[in-house]
Ligand binder design. Structure first.
Ligand code: HEC
Ligand code: HEC
Ligand code: HEC
Length: 164
């Protein structure tokens, strides 16, 4: 009888021990190894905000730098443009076929100077018949605006109709 009890106890010890192991495993706190979803999201959000803040700082600095570089260039351009401003409305281009009045200012404001003056400093120039026709009529045809008929450009001396 005493021997049987002894065996039973010997068998019970490992069983109890096993049970306690299982219990330990079950109550092992998960948060320590695996942060809950909310915590992970908070961390991600913090990281994103930090990156965004850094990006804002960098962009701000870059913008400031560009502004500093652009400002003098803009001043230069404005000064040049002021110097090139055409004061006379139109120039009369004299030629044997009847003078042509070019609305100089209007054209300059619409197209700038190089269109007609090329890379040279704009100033008095003699285009000649072929160059003038190619340049003036060329653009008028292309844009479908502006005169393309001889008499729209060439102002022939008005025939005297007085006294008729
Ligand atoms: C549509 C063509 C055209 C454009 C655009 C143009 N010019 Fe001219 N410009 C002429 C022609 C053609 C003459 C020559 C007129 C002549 O026979 O005297 C001339 C003459 C001049 C002259 C000398 C006559 C004067 O009025 O003092 C100056 C200065 C001048 N241009 C400046 C400019 C400037 C600056 C620009 C740009 C802001 C410009 N032009 C744009 C065609 C053009
Ligand atoms: C790059 C294009 C371009 C060039 C080059 C050009 N023109 Fe013009 N021109 C126009 C346009 C566009 C109009 C029409 C403007 C409008 O309707 O307001 C016009 C209109 C005109 C007019 C009529 C103006 C009016 O008030 O109705 C005359 C005159 C004229 N151009 C003469 C010339 C002469 C001369 C030249 C060459 C020395 C010339 N243009 C070169 C685009 C050009
Ligand atoms: C868009 C305007 C324009 C039109 C349209 C135009 N011309 Fe002209 N033409 C000019 C200009 C500007 C000159 C002057 C060029 C120069 O002398 O620098 C000229 C010059 C000439 C000359 C040279 C005169 C000389 O002194 O040697 C003749 C000829 C001529 N044109 C004939 C014509 C005929 C013909 C037509 C119609 C088929 C015509 N042009 C249409 C603008 C025009």
């Amino acid at each position: 009888m005493k021997k049987n009890l002894c065996i039973a106890m010997m068998m019970a010890i490992p069983m109890l021990w096993g049970c306690s192991q299982e219990a330990k495993q079950a109550e092992a706190p998960t948060p320590a190894t695996m942060p809950p979803v909310e915590q992970a999201m908070d961390t991600a959000k913090e990281a994103t905000e930090a990156v965004a803040a850094q990006a804002r700082k960098t962009t701000g600095a870059a913008e400031e730098k560009v502004e500093k570089q652009v400002a003098p260039v803009e001043e230069k351009v404005a000064a040049t443009a002021a110097k090139l401003t055409i004061t006379v409305e139109s120039v009369a281009i004299d030629n044997k076929n009847g003078k042509v009045v070019l609305p100089h200012k209007k054209h300059a404001e619409a197209y700038g100077c190089p269109v007609c003056h090329g890379d040279k400093k704009p100033g008095p120039q003699k285009l000649g018949k072929d160059a003038a026709h190619a340049l003036c009529q060329g653009c008028h045809k292309e844009t479908k605006r502006g005169p393309t008929d001889c008499n729209q450009c060439h102002q022939k001396k008005a025939k005297s109709t007085e006294g008729c």
